[in-house]
Design a protein around this ligand. Structure first.
Ligand code: BGC
Length: 429
């Protein structure tokens, strides 16, 4: 059996796609979403402002509710513009391993914030899920992604619930601004971008989930002031929802088995929460093709899940934990096949990621001048750690943006969600 040809038939290969066509589709869906027409891209206005500089030495509480972890700390900027973080509290995101209630979720937040109550006035809440941002800077959860199960919170104002819980515990007078992690990444990139005269900004995340924020330079869309020119607005694309691309049978099976069938299907093709599971779908089909050793095929057929990290460690041959993949059930040849299948999943993810970033850059409308590139702040462990991924994305971007005469500079900011949430917490009220 020619595995490479089979993977292409399953649409698990960059060669199965036409990148230019995909960029056009992305842009089309973005435009529709902005105009309020039916679209797989939510295009949510961010409403946060980065007006003026952040005040130095003023503490702000930061919550970073990501797909895997929930992190809470106190942040303050020093005179040099650096951020200092203290009182760090890190735990698994509630609702990740089993269903949680709204009360359980808020209790976790309030337990961490209560001992710090005299240290902060406002809270920057980086909430890495699709939420409509309200005029009072709260966020209303549209739906969960990344397999999180706290159904009671869907449709609820996330910040208001936290303020209420704090008040019930006798902690009044706190204010909260909710922002998406990609918007936080965009804000976290402002200082570096400003220093190299960036013409616009993109915040892109590829971790457990994926998403993009960019600046819509449209005078009719409100404004995001400060380093960004007035008459522009940060938009949370919710790019993980993009659905105007063809999927193969394994994509459809993975989607059907997920917590949100039909939802966030682009994310299910490229993000850390799903690349391992998608690889397992493929391997389980191949297990009936007589390619694997008997014990390998048997082991694969009873596997319920495959973590992206384990298969990535195998592919990267980096000596780190490969879980069951390192067991005696698999022969070396089995492992070679598993590696090559995963690398094909990564190959497609790299192309789709580049298409996504390129579309956001095109939509910014700037970057024609090499001296004024678009600043693309990329965050997320899947992007940086997955074998071959970042290099392939950069190579695709060079081609796709080169053809369009557009210039970008990709940057990385440590703890971008925390930095962006701290900026929002300090500049919003
Ligand atoms: C969420 C986005 C988030 C992204 C990256 C997705 O699952 O829908 O809101 O920005 O993950 O964390």
């Amino acid at each position: 059996m020619d595995i490479k040809a089979w993977l292409k038939e399953q649409k698990i290969s960059a060669e199965a796609y036409d990148a230019d066509d995909l960029i056009d589709r992305f842009l089309d869906e973005m435009e529709k979403g902005l105009n309020g027409e039916a679209s797989s891209l939510a295009m949510i206005p961010a409403y946060v402002s980065a007006e003026g500089k952040v005040t130095a030495d003023k503490p702000v509480a930061v919550i970073d509710a990501g797909g895997t972890n929930l992190r809470i700390c106190i942040a303050r900027f020093n005179d040099a513009g650096g951020i200092e973080l203290s009182n760090f509290n890190k735990q698994p995101m509630p609702g990740r391993d089993h269903e949680a209630t709204a009360n359980e979720f808020y209790a976790v937040l309030a337990d961490a914030l209560e001992p710090l109550k005299d240290e902060f006035g406002s809270i920057g809440f980086c909430f890495s899920y699709p939420a409509t941002i309200m005029p009072d800077f709260d966020g209303r959860l549209l739906h969960w992604t990344k397999e999180i199960k706290i159904p009671e919170l869907v449709g609820k104002h996330i910040g208001a619930g936290l303020i209420q819980t704090l008040e019930e515990r006798g902690i009044p007078g706190k204010q909260v601004v909710v922002l998406n992690d990609t918007v936080a990444a965009l804000l976290a990139g402002l200082a570096q971008g400003h220093a190299f005269n960036a013409s616009s900004y993109v915040g892109f995340i590829l971790g457990t989930g994926t998403n993009t924020a960019y600046v819509e330079h449209n005078e009719n869309i409100g404004k995001l002031d400060g380093y960004l020119s007035s008459g522009s607005q940060g938009i949370n694309v919710e790019s993980g929802g993009f659905s105007a691309f063809k999927r193969g049978a394994p994509d459809l099976q993975l989607d059907a088995r997920s917590e949100t069938p039909g939802g966030h299907i682009f994310e299910k093709a490229i993000s850390g929460a799903y690349m391992g599971s998608l690889t397992l779908e493929l391997l389980q089909v191949l297990a009936s093709e007589d390619l694997f050793s008997d014990s390998g095929a048997a082991a694969l057929s009873i596997m319920k899940d495959l973590s992206t990290i384990h298969i990535d460690n195998l592919a990267g041959d980096n000596g780190r934990d490969t879980g069951v993949l390192g067991s005696e059930a698999f022969s070396d040849r089995d492992r070679e096949i598993m590696k090559s299948v995963f690398l094909s999943v990564v190959d497609r993810a790299a192309l789709l990621t580049a298409v996504n970033i390129a579309a956001a850059v095109v939509k910014c409308g700037t970057g024609q001048d090499a001296d004024r590139p678009v600043c693309v702040n990329i965050d997320g462990s899947t992007y940086y750690k997955t074998c071959q991924l970042a290099d392939k994305v950069q190579a695709h971007l060079e081609t796709l943006l080169g053809e369009r005469g557009l210039h970008i500079r990709c940057i990385q900011v440590d703890d971008a969600p925390v930095v962006g949430a701290a900026i929002a917490g300090l500049t919003t009220f």
